[in-house]
Each structure stands twice: as C-alpha cells, then as structure tokens.
Design a protein around this ligand. Structure first.
Ligand code: ADP
Length: 183
C-alpha cells in the first residue's frame, strides 16, 4: 500500500500516520520528522533548514526533494509506505509522481484529514512544539490553504476524505475503514 496523508497542520497527521503505518505494516515517512531529526543532530542539512522550520515556511524544494528522493529507496514500491508531510505543493507532487514512476509504482490512495481551522489552531497551541507559536501557526495554516490544498484536486481520483474530529482511536478506525473499503 502506498498512501499519502494530507491535512492542515494540527489535523493529527503525525499521530494517525504512526498508528496507521503500524496497523498496515508499512513504513511511516514524515518529512517534518526527518527535518527535525537533522536539526536536533545539527547536521549540515539541519543547519540549512532550521530557519524555515522556526518560521513555519516551506523548506526550498531542492533541499526537500533531494531528501525525499534519498529516503525513497529502491524497494520502497514493494514495501509500501505512508507519506506524511510530502508533497506539500503541486510541484512536489509532480516530483513524487516521477520518482515513483521511475521505481514502477504510484500512490494508491490520498487520505485527507478534514478538521475545522479553529480546532487545529487550538490543538497546536496546546501541543506547544517550537514552531507552535500563534504567528507561526497562522502562517502555516495560510501556506496550507494556498500551497497544499490544491493537491486535493490534483489527486481527486485517489482522494478519500476522513473527518478528523473526535478521539484519536475514533479517527484511526475511520481512516482504516475508509482505506479497507476502498482497497
Ligand atoms: P505540521 O503538519 O504541523 O506543519 P510537519 O512536521 O509536517 O508539521 O512540518 C514541520 C515543518 O517542516 C514545516 O512547517 C516546514 O517548515 C517543514 N516541511 C515539512 N515538510 C515539508 C515539505 N514537503 N516541503 C517543505 N517544507 C516542509
């Protein structure tokens, strides 16, 4: 299974992606986590991207695409994966299509987590990660609407929308049901 998770910051993508990937037996690949791990170990890439993460801005495509290309190893099509946080723009989606085509596969399903914006802002303020201050949150929401939401039409034929309001296990159950009834 090759799945993308799309939804606004604070929709619970990371939490759900970890639970769903364990349940489905596929790798969870999160670009946000990959970037944060680089920042924590102060790698060269980490030093390059820290300013973007802190500002809630998109990391430039050449950096992001290269990191993803490296992470999508040759066996990734066979093993399956759940990709969380990439693509975030239509340009990145086109790069991903080409990367997968070169490995002879494609994305099966795009899982959208749908949550009203006032709820996601409240959740992020409560979470309190370094980039969860009010201004930075607002900027990330705006980027989501402008840059990432167009992916929903790009992937219209593979899109499954899951209401992401409710408890964590409720949302997981809903997502699994949506994936299984579609497969
Ligand atoms: P959230 O969904 O709460 O925004 P993520 O962990 O997905 O959190 O992303 C955190 C930050 O990592 C983003 O604000 C951005 O700076 C960077 N980032 C993650 N994925 C991408 C991507 N595909 N393209 C550019 N920047 C990215």
């Amino acid at each position: 299974m090759r799945i993308l998770i799309v939804g606004p910051p604070g929709a619970g993508k990371g939490t759900q992606a970890a639970l769903l990937s364990a349940e489905l037996g596929v790798a969870h690949i999160s670009t946000g986590e990959l970037f944060r791990a680089h920042v924590d170990r102060r790698s060269e890439l980490g030093q390059k991207v820290k300013q973007y993460l802190d500002a809630g801005a998109l990391v430039p495509d050449e950096v992001t695409n290269a990191m993803v290309a490296q992470r999508l190893t040759d066996d990734v099509c066979r093993a399956g994966f759940l990709l969380d946080g990439f693509p975030r723009t239509v340009g990145q989606a086109e790069v991903l299509e080409n990367l997968l085509r070169a490995r002879d596969c494609e994305i099966d399903t795009v899982l959208e987590f749908d949550v009203p914006e006032d709820q996601v802002v409240a959740r992020l303020l409560a979470r309190g990660r370094g980039d969860d201050t009010e201004d930075v949150i607002r900027h990330r929401q705006q980027l989501y609407r402008q840059e990432t939401a167009p992916l929903l039409s790009f992937y219209a034929e593979r899109l499954v929308t899951v209401p992401a309001v409710g408890s964590v296990p409720e949302v997981t159950a809903r997502a699994l049901h949506a994936l299984r009834t579609r497969a």
